[in-house]
Design a protein around this ligand. Structure first.
Ligand code: ZN
Length: 184
């Protein structure tokens, strides 16, 4: 198989799988956008802003919320996409059953210890989320809560720095724009 075809079929396979797993789920914004838009955006940011074409990274980006938010198991990901992709997704998955504050604290603490591929996903995930929280916030989120989310994301990203200069610069730009909008 040519490398272009390998990349194309690998990405489509991940999209097909993730779209099926997230079917019926919606983002918390007032448009209730289909959930799959978010993992697509995370993969797109890594490819476009980060200039990354590594298949495992992009597949794991598309699949990054399947363990946390759907019935998908690690074994299922491993069987379909291989051990590397399954491990990356596991790295960016929060432990279940923890309180929100604990979950948030652990993300900050764990960030520096993630693999480079997982760090790409963390940065792009936070970038996607701060834009969503700023422009299409979940119902009922006050300005204060949205600004706190931005501050927390910055701490997580701080632990991922030195991974991809262009992607980090894009996050920094977005963070600045989001703050300017929310400070108004
Ligand atoms: Zn996500």
């Amino acid at each position: 198989m040519s490398s272009d075809l390998y990349l194309a079929t690998g990405l489509l396979d991940a999209l097909h799988f993730a779209a099926g797993k997230h079917r019926g789920q919606r983002r918390k914004d007032s448009y209730a956008s289909p959930y799959i838009n978010h993992p697509i955006q995370v993969a797109e940011l890594i490819a476009r802003a980060g200039r990354v074409s590594d298949l495992a990274t992009l597949q794991a980006a598309i699949l990054h919320d399947t363990l946390e938010d759907t019935e998908t198991t690690f074994e299922e990901l491993k069987g379909r996409f291989g051990g590397e992709v399954a491990e990356i997704v596991k790295e960016v998955t929060d432990e279940k059953g923890l309180r929100n504050e604990t979950r948030k604290r652990l993300q900050v603490e764990h960030a520096p210890h993630l693999s480079s591929k997982a760090k790409h996903i963390k940065i792009a995930d936070k970038l996607s989320n701060i834009v969503a929280v700023t422009h299409t916030p979940p119902k009922g989120w006050s300005k204060k809560r949205r600004l706190e989310y931005l501050d927390w994301s910055e701490k997580v990203v701080a632990g991922c720095r030195g991974t991809n200069e262009k992607l980090e610069a894009r996050y920094d730009e977005a963070l600045h724009e989001c703050r300017v909008i929310l400070w108004k």
